[in-house]
Design a protein. Sequence first.
Length: 608
Amino acid sequence: MCGIVGYTGAQQAAPILLEGLTNLEYRGYDSAGIAVINNKQILVSKVTGRIANLCERTNDGKSCPGTVGIGHTRWATHGAPTDTNAHPHMSNNGKFAVVHNGIIENYMNLREELINNGYHFESQTDTEVVVHLIEMYYNGDIKKAVKRTLARLEGSYALGVICADEPEKIYVAREASPLILGIGIGENFFASDVTALVQYTRNVIYLDDGEFAEITPESIKIFDCAGQQIKKKINHINWDIQAAEKGGYEHFMLKEIMEQPRAVKATISPRIKDNEIVLDETDLSVDYLKNIKKIVITACGSAYYAGCAGKHAIEKLCKIPVQVELASELRYSDPLIDERTLLLVISQSGETADTIAAMKECKRRGAKTLAIVNVVGSTIANLADHVLYTWAGPEIAVATTKGYTTQLAVLYLFALHAAKKLNRIDEQRYDNLLKVIKTLPKRIQEVIDMNPSIPKLAKKYHKHSSMFFIGRNTDYAIALEGALKMKEISYIHAESYAAGELKHGTIALIDEHQPVIALCCNDSVMEKTMSNIVEVKARGAEVLAVTFRNNQKIVSLADDVIFIPQVEPLFSAVVEIIPLQLLAYYVAKENGCDIDKPKNLAKSVTVE
Ligand code: F6R
């Protein structure tokens, strides 16, 4: 995720910006830059790679003198991680510089309009449209130019803007991306994250969506979207730096679980235009899709389990057979793959060695490759014929959460989009399912809000040394990921099992020492799974069921129930997994585990 910081006051701005950016390093980034106003001129310095390179380039800020400035760490989304794509971005006349977090969804249209108006673009970023719009609307009043620009933007943003003609002012704006104003004495700040500010001030104002502000050394004026000045509460931060990095959460994993509504929204919403899924990034033609014999999904770990859930959606909607293969197996299996196979490669990091090897093998056999990846410019993204990025932002906890759910979101978009292209779904069902996809971020938030008692359940279940996760069909795909989460962070043995398969041997293990987590969110197999609950209860197991909020029948069967909002089963994994992530998290916490860095695991597995 990008980080932004800004300063206006009496001190030299550049060292403060560099310090602030250094404090944001933990968020992950691939390039960084600062812009400072000096004698009514904007000096910009930006580099690919570490902040240390930027410190070296600017002689620790000394080569960028000036007391007003903005800084940025970039996590590439639109355009590769290069010096040119790094922020701040400058207007053509050199009077304005902008830093931006978020995604401007309508940037293509704006870019075209600006080019037609004679503006030229240096970078491939979505952000650059903002600075040119400000230049276009500026006629001596920066506030007016910013306000008009904001009215043109669709998507999410935390913005910082400086203007050489009004050298003490910084303008900032927020829409669906965090932005905090820091209040000093004779100086003021802004940042995307309190971590960048706590060493300078602990008095902060949180901007809300649709608000913008003018910051000078002596004042902070905040406006609503109509430009009316408003009053906001000043908050005092008493977190230490470490807690601030985690946004006040105890662990990155919990922070990342809570970020999922935003991450899934960021992944979905730029790809829905006028009630239509638009996957510009892929250009898979109808003829190509009609001609393929099968889709093979390959990945490792949670990404593989996302594929298992995605298979149901793709097969049901597109009527194309889907095979999900572990990358470490596929490579050595002499696979039946040729040019009539579409290979979907799923990876958060884009650097997993087994996945890369499997992908190369399938490419060699003629398959076209479509990668679902979180890291722009990663090896898998570079190798693939087409890429659909998950816009989850950097994931810091080793165990994936938002990486997994955003992979599911992309798989759902792909399934519904391809079904429409192939004419295998009628308009009505397409519209209904698209509505379901659009509401998924809200459903995720609801499931988080509905379940404050998960820590209490964790206190009950954490003492067991082994547990089972059961489900059928789409519920089984989620059981796989739920059990993995439990194993990797709590070190409790957890086995995922297709509920109907238990009786073929494994039920011998079920007794009062084996709690069973039963997933019951798919109407078509609900009754069957409920029978399996009865079977395991009869053998003494305690049962914790996860089901839809209106399924009261299950209350009399299970010992404990976690309710989730009702969601179309084809897309329910993205909601159903949330309580399982939280359960694993709180169980691991009860057991005193190192949650963000579980033993024996690495975030990116670059060895075979
Ligand atoms: C589990 C987890 C791993 C990864 C797997 C693949 O929480 O994070 O199982 O899913 O190592 O990693 P990527 O997605 O980076 O290819």
